[in-house]
Design a protein around this ligand. Structure first.
Ligand code: GAR
Length: 192
């Protein structure tokens, strides 16, 4: 199963996936490219480290969504990589219908809350400020509703009274780094 990772920043989840692959924990999945919508993103440094092509793709003209010429550039690059699965690992843009149609049923997203609670931006901060006692992370299929597709798996994280947003975020990220590679490995077992 050929996997393409899309991200926007730090790339810690992309790194966790690449480490899983290196350690033989990614099943029959193989990361074939990293694509990023930010030219300075740390995620791009993972390419040379792991020997995987990593590329900035200009997402213009929009700031928060992927539509129009930028969307076409992403679609072309993912097609050229012959991806079976597109993983949004910290990709901070709303996906629009042309991209969804190009990779129908083959796009998954990672979100830092227990969906359907706290969709959208800053899922960690939303949960912390709301005062819930349990939050976590979710991997789900991507459809036209933001953070609304079928849930594939989740990991819960308790919020302790002593938590700050930073200590909570660290535990959620650790959970994400376990959850997302495990889901990809599981999906690869179903690939014909
Ligand atoms: C992750 O926490 C991921 O859940 C979140 O961005 C972070 C990316 O971290 N995604 C979203 O909020 C999507 N709406 P990373 O760049 O270190 O992998």
């Amino acid at each position: 199963m050929r996997v393409v990772l899309l991200g926007s920043g730090r790339g810690s989840n992309a790194e966790a996936i690449l480490n899983a692959q290196r350690e033989g924990r990614l099943g029959r999945a193989q990361v074939v490219a990293l694509f990023c919508d930010q030219p300075e993103a740390r995620m791009l440094e993972l390419g040379p480290r792991f020997g995987v092509p990593a590329q900035f793709i200009d997402p213009a003209p929009f700031r928060t969504k992927l539509e129009g010429p930028g969307e076409e550039r992403f679609i072309a690059a993912i097609r050229a990589a012959q991806a079976d699965l597109v993983v949004l690992a910290g990709f901070m843009r709303v996906i629009k219908p042309a991209f969804l149609a190009a990779f129908a049923g083959r796009i998954i997203n990672l979100h830092p809350s227990l969906l359907p609670s706290f969709p959208g931006l800053d899922g960690i901060g939303q949960a912390f400020r709301h005062g819930v006692k349990v939050t976590g992370c979710t991997v789900h299929e991507v459809n036209a509703t933001v953070d609304g597709g079928r849930i594939l798996d989740q990991e819960a994280v308790r919020i302790e009274d002593s938590d700050t947003i930073d200590t909570l975020a660290a535990r959620i990220h650790a959970a994400e780094h376990r959850l997302l590679p495990a889901v990809i490995a599981r999906l690869s077992a179903r690939q014909p």
